[in-house]
Write a protein that binds this ligand. Structure first.
Ligand SMILES: *[C@@H]1O[C@H](CO)[C@@H](O)[C@H](O)[C@H]1NC(C)=O
Ligand SMILES: *[C@@H]1O[C@H](CO)[C@@H](O)[C@H](O)[C@H]1NC(C)=O
Ligand SMILES: *[C@@H]1O[C@H](CO)[C@@H](O)[C@H](O)[C@H]1NC(C)=O
Ligand SMILES: [Cu+2]
Length: 725
């Protein structure tokens, strides 16, 4: 049944094998000519025939960022603005008793009040530009507001909040060589037959376990043997932890758990995942597959940060801590054409990655990657063609170094349209009624993506906007499982009662069990700020003999009045839908307009609620939370997450049990993964994804994509292979 209607793909096929693209990425050598001409398009588009498709380096910066100016109240600080802030804080610290030496741990826009942003219109002057700076000087945390117009620097009291700001790249660069300054460390390493110059040490956050290390910023270094593989994570020098002071780089303690019988260092054989290490033994699909968009994208990025696509418009910016921040997401009403508010702001607020091994070299591994390392700071330039499809556009970030100097992180975010071959809706009317027709519509979406690489692990975060009003948030994990050295090379050596805390993955390597959690801040504003959170509880009801049916399912809606009523644990056998509605705005038939939070695969923490890592990352105690909007409550693991004690967390705020009905509310969603490593995760793990949806519920009067047109074959590009490989 090959109806024309079914052939509606925008995108077309036929380029180089994905595998070939990997080759290109990894080899600095030019491609063989043959590949360069593998595909030619019949269309006249430069996109299809350009050799540019073989770019293996990120395209150059879209423009010179030194001349950037802000256009929108939420636009990130520009290089010029950051330079000014740098001067102002320099003079602040030279005047204050704090002394001249300081380090900048965060330097970002201090966003104007929400009302100011909501009332601002394009063309009006921008509200006063301010910077929010987190710095350290003389062993103290500073939270400053710098007014760029007046030059005033205001200091906020944060003495009641424990912990430290995130570690800077400079902190880490400074401390990674600290172990080598210790003769004891060198001796320990030499005893294992390893030359200290072949060792790489990585700085891991120490967590907090109630010890009296107060006031001291610490790091625990773990070291790896770099010889014979690029994947040194698979050659841990097990049992050695070097506790170091981050400020002075002084080695405080050398823990060597295996002084007498060192645990063997895995040989790293087969652990190198680079193409160059496969010695030509690669698998290729016989025919290449790709997506083409020969006439260019359907979205525009206005003034650097305002993305407009189909019926959506939103502000998109990189952030050193959150990664990306989506603001002012608005969708066009399919009936009236008006732009309607959906979400004021959304971003990943905190991560929690606890490893499940209580031994001395492992117990502290309970990372909070956004607050401890900066989810955005750890993002690297994306690889065009492999990280993102070739129709993607890229956005750079401007972040501040530890001395306050701005620098550009190129290609940190990619934005692209996606057609995955799926239908937005379809129906076939069949011969039963004698009324034969087929209607089907293609589903196209827009994705904003960034990838953070936290040492061994890679997190891909997608915000995907659909024309039917749905926002899909997806988190994908890949990279290396952090592994533990062991003397075992086969499970038959392991005593039945022995707890490995993980899975034997290869000779001398255990993949330790762990979790990943990501908490999202979602300031929903459905058609205005005053919203309510409704638990649409699905219950079994009985007919009590009034029907041949004994039971059915019905809904019982409860509006959450206070925060505690909106601390939600997901339950498969006691299900609910979770609606955010605007109680004062109704559809024609009288339903309150809303969006629902739709969970999918998730995981709940099995740590004891009183365990200190769990208290610090208590945002994992529930999967959904709702708080009243408060511009000081952004980071669910606390403003200063590094060595925090857990008294500035979402749980603590929510336990105040403030009123949340018909108010400006923020929804928090915690996404989780349990990860019991398996052999397929070695030496690098195939991607694993989960996510959640924000989906319109009685928001539109009817199906908002009813009127989108199907594709016709005639409007699609025709590509054909001219040379076969
Ligand atoms: C430890 O070994 C490294 C690498 O060989 C060397 O540079 C360093 O000086 C040594 N440190 C000490 C204290 O001996
Ligand atoms: C609906 O839920 C509320 C709150 O759980 C409960 O008090 C009420 O009895 C329920 N109503 C019905 C009809 O089940
Ligand atoms: C806003 O948040 C801060 C930090 O949690 C808190 O001190 C303050 O009381 C909150 N304000 C309101 C009105 O809840
Ligand atoms: Cu994992």
């Amino acid at each position: 049944m090959e109806a024309k209607h079914f052939r509606r793909c925008i995108i077309f096929i036929l380029t180089v094998l994905l595998v070939t693209l990997f080759t290109i990425y990894n080899f600095p050598t030019p491609l063989p000519d043959k590949l360069d001409h593998l595909v030619q398009c019949a269309g006249n588009s430069a996109w299809c025939t350009s050799k540019n498709r073989f770019l293996r380096r990120p395209p150059p910066l879209s423009h010179d960022h030194t001349k950037d100016v802000p256009h929108h109240p939420l636009d990130p600080l520009t290089i010029r603005e950051m330079n000014k802030v740098q001067k102002l804080i320099k003079s602040f610290f030279s005047k204050s008793g704090a002394g001249y030496a300081y380090s900048v741990h965060s330097l970002v826009l201090e966003e104007p009040d929400k009302q100011v942003v909501l009332n601002w219109n394009k063309g009006s002057p921008l509200p006063p530009r301010k910077a929010s700076v987190i710095a350290r000087a003389s062993g103290k945390n500073y939270l400053l507001t710098v007014d760029l117009d007046s030059g005033a620097v205001a200091e906020h009291d944060t003495s009641h909040i424990s912990g430290f700001p995130l570690v800077t790249m400079e902190d880490m660069q400074k401390v990674v060589y600290a172990p080598l300054s210790s003769a004891d460390f060198n001796r320990s390493i030499l005893k294992r037959g390893v030359d200290p110059s072949d060792v790489a040490c990585l700085p891991f956050s120490p967590g907090w376990f109630g010890k009296a290390e107060e006031g001291r910023r610490l790091v625990k270094l773990e070291c790896f043997y770099m010889k014979d593989t690029a994947n040194f994570y698979m050659r841990p020098i097990e049992g050695i932890i070097v506790v170091t002071d981050l400020d002075t780089t002084e080695v405080i303690e050398l823990i060597d758990r295996s002084k007498h019988t060192p645990i063997p260092i895995p040989d790293g054989k087969g652990s190198d995942y680079r193409l160059s290490a496969q010695n030509g033994d690669v698998f290729r699909l016989p025919n290449p597959v790709s997506m083409e968009q020969p006439n260019g994208p359907n979205f525009v990025i206005q003034d650097e940060h305002l993305v407009k696509w189909a019926n959506w418009e939103f502000h998109l910016k990189p952030d050193p801590r959150a990664g990306v921040i989506i603001s002012r997401a608005r969708v066009r009403d399919s009936e009236t054409g008006a732009m309607r508010n959906v979400m004021y702001q959304g971003f990943s607020s905190e991560l929690f990655v606890p490893y499940m091994d209580p031994e001395e070299a492992w117990y502290f591994k309970t990372y909070m990657d956004a607050g401890e390392y900066g989810f955005g700071l750890q993002a690297l330039p994306l690889d065009p063609l492999n990280d993102c499809p070739r129709n993607a556009k890229y956005m750079d970030a401007v972040f501040a170094a530890a001395n306050g100097t701005p620098y550009v992180k190129s290609n940190m975010i990619c934005i692209f349209e996606r057609y995955a071959g799926d239908a937005a809706w379809r129906h076939t009317e069949g011969p039963l009624t004698g009324n034969m027709f087929l209607e089907a519509r293609p589903k196209i979406s827009l994705v904003a993506r960034m990838v953070a690489t936290l040492a061994n692990y890679d997190y891909i975060v997608d915000w995907e906007f659909h024309a039917d009003g749905l926002i899909h948030v997806k988190v994908t994990l890949t990279g290396m499982v952090i592994v533990k050295g062991t003397s075992y090379i086969n499970m038959n050596q392991v005593n039945e009662n022995e707890d490995l805390y993980g899975t034997l993955l290869a000779d001398n390597i255990i993949g330790v069990i762990h979790d990943h959690y990501i908490n999202f801040y979602l300031d929903m504003d459905i058609d205005g700020e005053d919203n309510s959170f409704v638990n649409v509880h699905l219950q079994r009801a009985y007919t009590h003999g009034k029907s041949p049916r004994k039971s059915y399912m019905k809904v019982n809606k409860t509006v959450a009045k206070t925060e505690k009523e909106a601390q939600i644990k997901l339950k498969l056998y006691d299900p609910s839908e979770f609606h955010v509605v605007n109680p004062s705005k109704r559809t024609k038939v009288g339903n309150p307009v809303g969006y629902k939070v739709v969970p999918s695969g998730n995981a709940a923490s099995l740590l004891d609620p009183e365990d200190s890592p769990q208290k610090r990352s208590s945002f994992t105690n529930n999967q959904i939370w709702v708080t009243p909007y408060n511009r000081s409550e952004l980071w669910s693991g606390g403003l200063f997450a590094y060595q925090s004690h857990g008294e500035d967390t979402l749980q603590v705020w929510s336990d105040r049990d403030r009123a949340i009905e018909n108010r400006d509310i923020v929804v928090w969603y915690t996404l989780g993964f349990h990860h019991v490593p398996c052999q397929e995760d070695y030496p690098i793990m195939p991607t694993v994804s989960s996510g959640f949806d924000l989906k319109p519920v009685n928001f539109f009067e009817r199906n908002p994509v009813l009127k989108i047109a199907p594709y016709q074959e005639s409007e699609l590009p025709v590509c054909k292979a001219t040379v076969s490989a």
